[in-house]
Design a protein around this ligand. Structure first.
Ligand code: CMP
Length: 225
Protein backbone atom coordinates (compact mmCIF):
# COMPACT_ATOMS: atom_id res chain seq x y z
CA UNK A 1 0.00 0.00 0.00
CA UNK A 2 1.12 3.54 -0.74
CA UNK A 3 1.70 4.97 2.78
CA UNK A 4 0.13 8.29 1.77
CA UNK A 5 -3.11 6.83 0.44
CA UNK A 6 -4.94 7.03 3.73
CA UNK A 7 -3.81 10.51 4.70
CA UNK A 8 -4.74 11.76 1.21
CA UNK A 9 -8.19 10.16 1.45
CA UNK A 10 -10.98 12.77 1.61
CA UNK A 11 -11.91 11.68 5.14
CA UNK A 12 -8.49 12.81 6.32
CA UNK A 13 -8.15 15.80 4.01
CA UNK A 14 -8.72 18.56 6.55
CA UNK A 15 -6.94 16.97 9.52
CA UNK A 16 -3.58 18.17 10.77
CA UNK A 17 -0.76 15.65 10.88
CA UNK A 18 -1.19 14.64 14.53
CA UNK A 19 -4.96 14.13 14.23
CA UNK A 20 -4.53 12.18 10.99
CA UNK A 21 -2.04 9.88 12.71
CA UNK A 22 -4.46 9.42 15.64
CA UNK A 23 -7.36 8.60 13.30
CA UNK A 24 -5.20 6.12 11.43
CA UNK A 25 -4.31 4.49 14.76
CA UNK A 26 -7.99 4.18 15.62
CA UNK A 27 -8.69 2.20 12.43
CA UNK A 28 -8.37 -1.54 12.03
CA UNK A 29 -7.06 -3.15 8.87
CA UNK A 30 -8.46 -5.99 6.77
CA UNK A 31 -6.90 -7.78 3.83
CA UNK A 32 -9.22 -9.33 1.26
CA UNK A 33 -8.49 -11.88 -1.40
CA UNK A 34 -9.87 -11.43 -4.92
CA UNK A 35 -13.58 -12.28 -4.93
CA UNK A 36 -13.93 -12.18 -1.16
CA UNK A 37 -17.17 -10.69 0.15
CA UNK A 38 -16.74 -8.09 2.89
CA UNK A 39 -20.45 -7.71 3.65
CA UNK A 40 -23.70 -8.57 1.96
CA UNK A 41 -26.70 -6.47 1.03
CA UNK A 42 -29.25 -6.72 3.87
CA UNK A 43 -26.76 -7.51 6.61
CA UNK A 44 -26.80 -5.40 9.74
CA UNK A 45 -23.37 -4.07 10.50
CA UNK A 46 -22.35 -0.45 10.86
CA UNK A 47 -18.64 0.02 10.38
CA UNK A 48 -17.11 2.54 7.98
CA UNK A 49 -14.47 1.41 5.50
CA UNK A 50 -11.78 3.16 3.47
CA UNK A 51 -10.07 1.37 0.57
CA UNK A 52 -6.29 1.65 0.80
CA UNK A 53 -5.25 -0.85 -1.89
CA UNK A 54 -7.02 -2.73 -4.67
CA UNK A 55 -10.60 -2.33 -5.83
CA UNK A 56 -13.96 -3.02 -4.16
CA UNK A 57 -17.22 -3.35 -6.07
CA UNK A 58 -20.60 -2.44 -4.59
CA UNK A 59 -23.39 -4.51 -6.11
CA UNK A 60 -27.09 -5.06 -5.71
CA UNK A 61 -29.05 -8.06 -6.86
CA UNK A 62 -32.37 -7.70 -8.58
CA UNK A 63 -35.04 -10.13 -9.70
CA UNK A 64 -34.10 -13.22 -11.72
CA UNK A 65 -30.56 -13.18 -10.35
CA UNK A 66 -29.63 -9.97 -12.15
CA UNK A 67 -26.79 -7.94 -10.70
CA UNK A 68 -26.21 -4.22 -10.86
CA UNK A 69 -23.01 -2.51 -9.84
CA UNK A 70 -23.42 0.83 -8.06
CA UNK A 71 -19.72 1.63 -8.09
CA UNK A 72 -16.19 0.31 -8.18
CA UNK A 73 -14.08 1.99 -5.53
CA UNK A 74 -10.31 2.39 -5.44
CA UNK A 75 -7.72 3.65 -2.96
CA UNK A 76 -8.86 6.62 -0.85
CA UNK A 77 -12.59 6.04 -1.26
CA UNK A 78 -14.87 5.24 1.66
CA UNK A 79 -18.01 3.15 1.88
CA UNK A 80 -20.43 1.80 4.46
CA UNK A 81 -21.50 5.23 5.69
CA UNK A 82 -25.21 4.77 4.92
CA UNK A 83 -25.66 2.16 7.65
CA UNK A 84 -23.73 4.42 10.02
CA UNK A 85 -25.94 7.49 9.57
CA UNK A 86 -29.20 5.83 8.61
CA UNK A 87 -29.18 2.70 10.76
CA UNK A 88 -30.50 -0.17 8.70
CA UNK A 89 -29.36 -3.02 6.51
CA UNK A 90 -26.40 -2.67 4.16
CA UNK A 91 -27.70 -1.29 0.86
CA UNK A 92 -25.27 -3.28 -1.29
CA UNK A 93 -22.81 -6.17 -1.24
CA UNK A 94 -19.13 -5.22 -1.05
CA UNK A 95 -16.79 -7.61 -2.87
CA UNK A 96 -13.06 -7.40 -3.58
CA UNK A 97 -12.49 -7.18 -7.36
CA UNK A 98 -8.75 -7.66 -6.80
CA UNK A 99 -6.72 -8.49 -3.72
CA UNK A 100 -7.45 -5.49 -1.53
CA UNK A 101 -6.81 -3.82 1.78
CA UNK A 102 -9.37 -1.75 3.63
CA UNK A 103 -9.22 0.25 6.85
CA UNK A 104 -12.15 -0.06 9.23
CA UNK A 105 -13.58 2.38 11.73
CA UNK A 106 -16.06 1.14 14.35
CA UNK A 107 -19.35 3.03 14.59
CA UNK A 108 -18.76 4.41 18.12
CA UNK A 109 -15.23 5.45 17.25
CA UNK A 110 -16.48 7.35 14.19
CA UNK A 111 -19.18 9.10 16.23
CA UNK A 112 -16.56 10.26 18.74
CA UNK A 113 -14.37 11.59 15.93
CA UNK A 114 -17.28 13.46 14.39
CA UNK A 115 -18.08 15.15 17.72
CA UNK A 116 -14.48 16.14 18.42
CA UNK A 117 -13.41 17.03 14.86
CA UNK A 118 -15.98 18.95 12.81
CA UNK A 119 -13.53 18.86 9.89
CA UNK A 120 -14.00 15.08 9.63
CA UNK A 121 -17.78 15.61 9.61
CA UNK A 122 -17.36 18.21 6.84
CA UNK A 123 -15.28 15.82 4.73
CA UNK A 124 -17.82 13.08 5.20
CA UNK A 125 -20.69 15.37 4.21
CA UNK A 126 -18.71 16.46 1.17
CA UNK A 127 -18.33 12.86 0.08
CA UNK A 128 -21.99 12.11 0.70
CA UNK A 129 -22.99 15.14 -1.36
CA UNK A 130 -20.67 14.09 -4.22
CA UNK A 131 -22.17 10.60 -4.09
CA UNK A 132 -25.73 11.94 -4.26
CA UNK A 133 -24.79 14.19 -7.17
CA UNK A 134 -23.33 11.22 -9.01
CA UNK A 135 -26.33 9.02 -8.18
CA UNK A 136 -28.63 11.70 -9.65
CA UNK A 137 -26.51 11.76 -12.81
CA UNK A 138 -26.77 7.98 -13.06
CA UNK A 139 -30.58 8.14 -12.76
CA UNK A 140 -30.75 10.88 -15.40
CA UNK A 141 -28.52 8.84 -17.73
CA UNK A 142 -30.73 5.78 -17.29
CA UNK A 143 -33.68 7.91 -18.42
CA UNK A 144 -32.09 10.12 -21.08
CA UNK A 145 -29.00 8.33 -22.49
CA UNK A 146 -28.72 5.32 -24.76
CA UNK A 147 -26.45 2.39 -23.87
CA UNK A 148 -23.45 3.53 -25.97
CA UNK A 149 -23.67 6.96 -24.26
CA UNK A 150 -23.68 5.29 -20.84
CA UNK A 151 -20.78 3.04 -21.84
CA UNK A 152 -18.78 6.10 -22.95
CA UNK A 153 -19.55 7.81 -19.65
CA UNK A 154 -18.45 4.81 -17.58
CA UNK A 155 -15.21 4.55 -19.56
CA UNK A 156 -14.47 8.20 -18.75
CA UNK A 157 -15.35 7.69 -15.08
CA UNK A 158 -13.07 4.63 -14.85
CA UNK A 159 -10.33 6.57 -16.66
CA UNK A 160 -10.65 9.44 -14.20
CA UNK A 161 -10.17 7.07 -11.27
CA UNK A 162 -7.87 4.34 -12.57
CA UNK A 163 -6.41 5.82 -15.76
CA UNK A 164 -2.74 6.19 -16.55
CA UNK A 165 -1.92 8.67 -19.34
CA UNK A 166 0.68 7.32 -21.79
CA UNK A 167 1.86 8.29 -25.28
CA UNK A 168 -0.82 6.29 -27.10
CA UNK A 169 -3.72 7.24 -24.82
CA UNK A 170 -5.17 6.70 -21.36
CA UNK A 171 -4.61 3.15 -20.11
CA UNK A 172 -7.38 2.08 -17.79
CA UNK A 173 -6.74 -1.08 -15.82
CA UNK A 174 -10.24 -1.53 -14.44
CA UNK A 175 -9.91 -5.25 -13.50
CA UNK A 176 -13.55 -5.87 -14.42
CA UNK A 177 -14.90 -8.73 -16.50
CA UNK A 178 -17.20 -7.85 -19.42
CA UNK A 179 -20.11 -8.99 -17.30
CA UNK A 180 -19.13 -6.63 -14.47
CA UNK A 181 -18.64 -3.77 -16.91
CA UNK A 182 -22.17 -4.38 -18.21
CA UNK A 183 -23.50 -4.45 -14.63
CA UNK A 184 -21.84 -1.10 -14.01
CA UNK A 185 -23.49 0.38 -17.10
CA UNK A 186 -26.79 -1.22 -16.15
CA UNK A 187 -27.43 -2.98 -19.46
CA UNK A 188 -27.11 -6.47 -20.91
CA UNK A 189 -23.66 -7.84 -21.67
CA UNK A 190 -24.57 -8.16 -25.36
CA UNK A 191 -25.56 -4.50 -25.77
CA UNK A 192 -22.54 -3.25 -23.84
CA UNK A 193 -20.17 -5.47 -25.83
CA UNK A 194 -21.71 -4.21 -29.06
CA UNK A 195 -21.08 -0.60 -28.02
CA UNK A 196 -17.50 -1.38 -26.98
CA UNK A 197 -16.81 -3.24 -30.24
CA UNK A 198 -18.22 -0.27 -32.18
CA UNK A 199 -15.98 2.21 -30.29
CA UNK A 200 -12.99 -0.08 -30.95
CA UNK A 201 -13.83 -0.35 -34.67
CA UNK A 202 -13.91 3.46 -34.88
CA UNK A 203 -10.46 3.62 -33.28
CA UNK A 204 -11.65 5.43 -30.14
CA UNK A 205 -10.60 2.66 -27.74
CA UNK A 206 -8.50 -0.51 -27.63
CA UNK A 207 -9.93 -3.43 -25.68
CA UNK A 208 -7.76 -5.73 -23.62
CA UNK A 209 -8.70 -8.29 -20.97
CA UNK A 210 -9.73 -6.38 -17.83
CA UNK A 211 -8.44 -3.12 -19.23
CA UNK A 212 -9.13 -0.62 -21.96
CA UNK A 213 -7.07 2.13 -23.57
CA UNK A 214 -8.83 5.34 -24.53
CA UNK A 215 -7.11 6.30 -27.77
CA UNK A 216 -9.36 9.26 -28.61
CA UNK A 217 -10.69 10.74 -25.37
CA UNK A 218 -12.39 13.64 -27.15
CA UNK A 219 -14.56 11.36 -29.26
CA UNK A 220 -15.49 9.27 -26.24
CA UNK A 221 -16.37 12.48 -24.37
CA UNK A 222 -18.54 13.64 -27.24
CA UNK A 223 -20.36 10.28 -27.29
CA UNK A 224 -20.94 10.55 -23.54
CA UNK A 225 -22.79 13.87 -23.85
P1 CMP B 1 -24.10 0.89 3.35
O1 CMP B 1 -25.51 0.84 2.92
O2 CMP B 1 -23.79 0.89 4.80
O3 CMP B 1 -23.34 -0.37 2.69
C1 CMP B 1 -23.22 -0.38 1.28
C2 CMP B 1 -22.52 0.87 0.85
O4 CMP B 1 -22.41 1.10 -0.53
C3 CMP B 1 -23.29 2.11 1.30
O5 CMP B 1 -23.36 2.15 2.71
C4 CMP B 1 -22.52 3.19 0.60
O6 CMP B 1 -21.33 3.48 1.28
C5 CMP B 1 -22.18 2.49 -0.71
N1 CMP B 1 -23.07 2.97 -1.78
C6 CMP B 1 -24.41 2.85 -1.83
N2 CMP B 1 -24.89 3.43 -2.94
C7 CMP B 1 -23.83 3.94 -3.62
C8 CMP B 1 -23.67 4.64 -4.85
N3 CMP B 1 -24.72 4.93 -5.61
N4 CMP B 1 -22.43 5.00 -5.20
C9 CMP B 1 -21.37 4.69 -4.44
N5 CMP B 1 -21.46 4.01 -3.28
C10 CMP B 1 -22.66 3.65 -2.87
Amino acid sequence: MDPEVLTKAPLFAELDEASAAALEQAMGSLRLTKGQILFREGETEDRLYVVVAGKIKLGRSGSAGRENLLAVLGPGQMFGELSVFDPGPRSSTATAVTAAEVRVLEHDELMAWLSDHPEVARSLLGQLAARLRRANDVVADLVFSDVPGRVAKQLLELARRFGDRKDDGVHVHHDLTQEELAQLVGASRETVNKALADFAARGWIRLEPRSVTLLDVERVERRAR
